[in-house]
Design a binder for this molecule. Structure first.
Ligand code: AN7
Length: 357
């Protein structure tokens, strides 16, 4: 019989703070494909792999951290978990809390999360509140609830989340045999940037790899507090997942950048959408806009000559394109894409396809 992947806690238990007393709440997250990309390798001159985190149970990398956060919450007797979210965290928290038989309360910025993510939180049974404010307002309230009310916070300010998310670096090294030279990743709260760096560091200390990759993180230019070096009070971008003006892991991310000789950059919405198309059309991987910023980062840095030929590069693409599909139905000029309609006639179809018998 084929061996089933056991989820990140069981697969990497020796690197995580779990014991026999920890009830493992898992949906089989992790074990996601690391896909070689001939197209991006050709375009950049590097040796490029895409870590497709949209293949997780709720369609984003958040599941790696949520299995840990909810397992530990249940171990500590929590009955309600709470989170603020730009969408993916709420979808994941709702699913894992539902599985564990506890409540989830999620706070999202009103009108600013993708339809797929909103529908996930609802169908998994979350108590969902749309807050008249942005993500940063939601996180402030979630932290205050955690402090003063009987709820357990599962945002990435909870270290259990970062611990679960570091397993992605372990998987990459387990597949490649060593760490890559460069790692490209989207940045919102910078929890994942921090988590990957921790994973790479711990595996090197364990003798599983010989180096740390240079960690290259990217924000949307309308929402780029780390790049600009100041809080953005009114962040704006179509990449709603990373529409965050005051990142929770800001300080840790700067430490990780310094440790890895890393870099933070930014791209505007059109550059993000162009990168999303290149990845979908030429590598067969459909990601949500926020995730495509890793691709924009690779193409831009290689064009500037910052990536030596043949360097091994891993791009984390964090969430599935089906969560926020509307952007695929517009071209890069902002016009709706309307598929051609044709009569139910083979000759007519062949003609439309430009073919002759
Ligand atoms: C697809 O769901 O913050 O830098 O509340 O959904 O670790 O915050 C999502 C973040 C990148 C940024 N890509 O990760 C939330 C939330 C996708 C995301 C990020 C998010 P961090």
């Amino acid at each position: 019989m084929a061996k089933q992947w056991q989820g990140v806690i069981r697969e990497y238990a020796e690197y995580l703070d779990v014991s026999d007393a920890t009830p493992i709440v898992t949906l089989g997250e992790g074990g996601t494909p690391l896909i070689p990309s001939p197209s991006l390798s050709r375009r950049s001159g590097a040796d490029v792999y895409v870590k497709f985190e949209g293949m997780n149970p709720t369609g984003s990398f958040k599941d790696r951290g949520m299995t840990m956060a909810v397992s530990k919450a249940v171990e500590h007797g929590a009955k309600v978990v709470v989170c603020a979210s730009t969408g993916n965290t709420s979808a994941s928290a709702a699913a894992y809390a539902g599985y564990a038989g506890i409540k989830s309360a999620v706070l999202v910025p009103e009108g600013k999360i993708a339809m797929g993510k909103l529908s996930q939180a609802i169908i998994h049974g979350a108590e969902l509140l749309q807050v008249r404010g942005n993500f940063d307002d939601c996180l402030r309230i979630a932290r205050e609830l955690d402090e003063h009310y009987p709820v357990h916070l599962v945002n990435s300010v909870n270290n259990d989340r970062i611990e679960g998310q570091k397993t992605a670096s372990f998987e990459i090294i387990d597949v490649l045999g060593d760490a890559p030279d460069f790692h490209f990743i989207p940045v919102g709260n910078a929890g994942n940037y921090t988590a990957y760096t921790r994973g790479y560091r711990e595996y090197r200390e364990a003798g599983k790899s010989t180096k740390l990759p240079r960690m290259f993180g990217f924000q949307a230019s309308g929402s780029a507090p780390i790049v600009r070096g100041e809080i953005v009070t009114d962040p704006e971008t179509i990449a709603s997942a990373i529409r965050i003006g005051n990142p929770a892991s800001w300080r840790l991310a700067l430490e990780a950048r310094d440790e890895t000789d890393g870099f933070f950059g930014m791209f505007d919405d059109n550059e993000i959408l162009a990168a999303q198309r290149i990845l979908a059309a030429e590598t067969g991987v459909f990601v949500e806009p926020a995730s495509a910023i890793s691709v924009a980062g690779l193409l831009s840095e290689s064009a500037k000559g910052n990536i030596p030929a043949g360097s091994r590069c891993v791009l984390t693409v964090t969430g599935h394109g089906l969560k926020d599909p509307q952007w695929a139905l517009r071209d890069l000029n902002g016009n709706d894409v309307t598929p051609t309609v044709v009569d139910a006639d083979t000759a007519a179809v062949a003609e439309m396809l430009g073919m002759r018998a």
